[in-house]
Design a protein around this ligand. Structure first.
Ligand code: ATP
Ligand code: MG
Length: 214
């Protein structure tokens, strides 16, 4: 029904759509974005603890449900067939468990690398029918925030649409597919700086410090 963009999972089956009357992809995007914002509020405001984000198998699925559950009936459920991206569907569960187990040995890895690995490995598994990119980006960000690290402010409006940034983003994923995490780390760092180094305040003009007279 809708034209897919490069690097996307096509949406062929609209039977799981909970919101009736959606005709255009941009209407769908808007509903999904609203839902995702609700989930983001849970994880990006206030204190974040392991209780809220336990990083276990059930929670990985719950996060997808929280992000897309208002819009799609299959949100939070593992896909039951193969798609253009991702591992054969029977391997999904095992690969998610492997990922969670491997993360326990990441302590010594630098943060941009941890973010890049979590993001890339989770989206490469592609556990769900759709929304895997947005889920994996939020997952990596929650991991960073949970560990007191600045997280990556992805320009979602450009990364999710055909754009120069998306081309770079997909190239970085393809490099990571071959084991080279450098470009993906660089992208994470590039979009993290906004958090780390806020622009300096402009100086007030025309006011000189007053000196006391002797
Ligand atoms: N070669 C690749 N290797 C790993 N991941 C890929 C590759 N190509 C695309 N992807 C990921 O798959 C995502 C598309 O999957 P899906 O459509 O399920 O997610 P989405 O959240 O709807 O998309 P988006 O990330 O574009 O917002 C891409 O955005 C990208 O993150
Ligand atoms: Mg998609």
């Amino acid at each position: 029904m809708w034209k897919s963009i490069p690097g996307d999972t096509p949406i062929d089956d609209l039977s799981g759509l909970k919101v009736k009357g959606i005709r255009l992809r941009k209407e769908l995007n808007l509903h999904e974005a609203e839902n995702i914002l609700q989930a983001a509020q849970k994880y990006f405001t206030g204190r974040l603890t392991r209780r809220k984000a336990p990083f276990d198998f059930v929670w990985l699925l719950r996060l997808h449900q929280e992000m897309f559950g208002n819009v799609w009936a299959w949100a939070g459920r593992l896909r039951q067939f193969d798609t253009n991206l991702g591992v054969p569907y029977r391997q999904i569960e095992g690969r998610l468990f492997d990922l969670l187990q491997d993360m326990e040995y990441w302590h010594d890895s630098p943060w941009p690398l941890q973010a890049a690995m979590l993001h890339h490995r989770s989206v490469s598994i592609h556990p769900f029918l759709n929304g895997n990119g947005r889920w994996s980006r939020m997952l990596a960000n929650i991991w960073q925030r949970l560990n007191g690290q600045p997280y990556t402010l992805w320009p979602e409006a450009t990364v999710g649409e055909q754009s120069v940034v998306r081309k770079e983003y997909l190239a970085a994923l393809r490099a990571a597919d071959k084991g080279d995490y450098e470009p993906m780390q660089e992208l994470h760092q590039q979009f993290t700086q906004a958090v780390e180094a806020p622009a300096p305040r402009p100086r007030k003009r025309g006011r000189r410090p007053r000196h006391k007279r002797d």
